[in-house]
Design a binder for this molecule. Structure first.
Ligand code: SF4
Ligand code: SF4
Length: 458
């Protein structure tokens, strides 16, 4: 018996110390020094604990067996998936369409078009007062903003100017002759092509009315027009953002990273739409400030992830640290059937870290609000956008503190799997995340040096 116990103690010593070693090294590599120090302390204490039992007198055998027993029970229980009463799909049957004119970017833009303002505030007088206050704040790139930087701000403007000028590339006539395709083979090739050009994940979904905006609102041209809702399939492209850049939230690093990834997403979606048109089918890319569809619900319903408390897609690997683009086509393609529940939304119910850290109070601590006849997480967009205009960055603090915003390293893959098992695991994971990385993030008042170098360090 004593010999068996020695073997078991040795196995536990080696595996647990190995875990803390990997955690420490990963954290050090990710420049998460607090987590690295805590992992080193756990490594040492854990080693001392098990070495003690390896050399302890027989009198401690009973305690030793009890601890091993508890550990085995905990270990086995952590593999059991148990989320009672959780339905995997949101009921969207009665969902209303969203009018893009209500989007905060659209409402900010109309300040330069008095005729649009008159029409919009006649329809929505309840938004006039808050919008007036937002209109009075400096625009992105102006020097009054907290994180304004003379040398880097114009880059963000250049990137969005590029995006605006590339809008004509998003739609065109298909080739005159249709080429017959095998839908499954076509989906596989679209996935490979998208990844070849830089997407990390791709999803397919049959389009439903609530996936479309009802009216256009982002540009004065076409403002108030009904969107084109004739396409049948949506292809979602996921582009990961660099965690190192997002961890610098809310400084301009986030603005530059977002802009760069919107450019990437636009490039990939424009090429993919052009590729589909070569086969004689209609295709249209939807990318930043150029949408007929809502990327987030489409991505969620494609099974690419779940909807997070902060109202963004929580991608199954990269969490909210991604940007999206969509390509729609009149071709019918099979849904991607990626739906493998990760129970991220269940985790959001207990986590609330984004809500605790949001400097503008835009994220609810409560239950999913009801809007457009669907109960789903959404934020107070007026407060959030107003804060963006104050600081001159798209903030991203919520993304940066989210426990899912981690590099795709072995240790984080393990944690994502662990969280997807049951509520007890989720509580332990949240406790550990707070301990290792801290619950609250300090907001720095200045940009880091060499903004464009931040994302190049690895
Ligand atoms: S920070 Fe927590 S509550 Fe917020 S989206 Fe991420 S997991 Fe959900
Ligand atoms: S981007 Fe910033 S202000 Fe907006 S919801 Fe996230 S944390 Fe709050």
């Amino acid at each position: 018996m004593s010999h068996i116990l020695t073997v078991i103690n040795s196995i536990i010593l080696i595996t647990t110390c190995f875990f803390f070693l990997i955690l420490g090294l990963s954290s050090f590599n990710e420049k998460e020094y607090r987590a690295a120090v805590i992992a080193a302390i756990f490594f040492a204490l854990n080693g001392i604990f098990w070495i003690f039992f390896l050399s302890a007198p027989d009198a401690f055998q009973g305690v030793n067996i009890f601890i091993v027993f508890i550990l085995v029970i905990f270990g086995l229980a952590s593999f059991i998936q148990f989320f009672p009463g959780k339905t995997l799909l949101r009921d969207t049957l009665d969902a209303e369409q969203y009018d893009e004119r209500n989007n905060m970017f659209a409402r900010n833009n109309i300040q330069h078009h008095p005729e649009l303002m008159a029409t919009y505030y006649a329809l929505h007088p309840e938004n006039q007062s808050v919008d007036r206050q937002i209109h009075q704040k400096p625009e992105f790139g102006e020097k009054e903003q907290l994180y304004h930087d003379t040398y880097t701000a114009p880059c963000y403007k250049a990137a969005f100017e590029y995006l605006e000028k590339s809008i004509p590339l998003s739609a065109d006539q298909p080739a005159p002759k249709k080429i017959a395709i095998d839908p499954l083979q076509f989906c596989r090739t679209i996935t490979d092509l998208s990844k070849f050009y830089g997407a990390c994940d791709v999803g397919f979904l049959k389009l439903l009315p609530h996936h479309f905006y009802s009216h256009k609102g982002r540009h004065a041209k076409g403002w108030g027009d009904k969107t084109d809702q004739t396409h049948k399939t949506a292809i979602t492209l996921v582009v990961p953002m660099r965690v190192e850049m997002i961890k610098k939230a809310p400084t301009s690093c986030v603005l530059q990273e977002s802009a760069q990834k919107y450019v990437e997403a636009a490039k990939i979606s424009n090429i993919l739409a052009g590729y589909i048109r070569q086969f004689g089918y209609q295709a249209r890319a939807h990318n930043d400030a150029n949408y007929d569809t809502l990327c987030v619900p489409i991505a969620v319903e494609s099974g690419l992830g779940e909807l997070g408390r902060m109202g963004l897609l929580m991608h199954r690997v990269h969490g909210p640290c991604v940007r999206l683009a969509t390509v729609t086509t009149n071709l019918e393609l099979p849904d991607s059937c990626l739906l493998k529940p990760l129970y991220m939304e269940e985790f959001c119910k207990i986590c609330k870290k984004c809500a605790d850290n949001c400097p503008s109070g835009s994220i609810t601590h409560g239950k999913e609000p009801l809007s457009r006849n669907i109960r789903h997480w959404s934020i107070h967009q007026e407060k959030c956008f107003s804060y963006w205009k104050t600081i001159g960055s798209d903030c991203g603090l919520c993304i940066s503190v989210c426990p899912y915003t981690k590099p795709d390293a072995l240790i984080h893959k393990f944690v994502r799997f662990y969280i997807s098992r049951n509520i007890l695991n989720q509580k332990i994971a949240l406790f550990m995340d707070d301990l290792l990385y801290g619950r609250y993030k300090k907001i720095v008042k200045t940009n880091p040096d060499k903004i464009f170098k931040q994302g190049q360090q690895k």
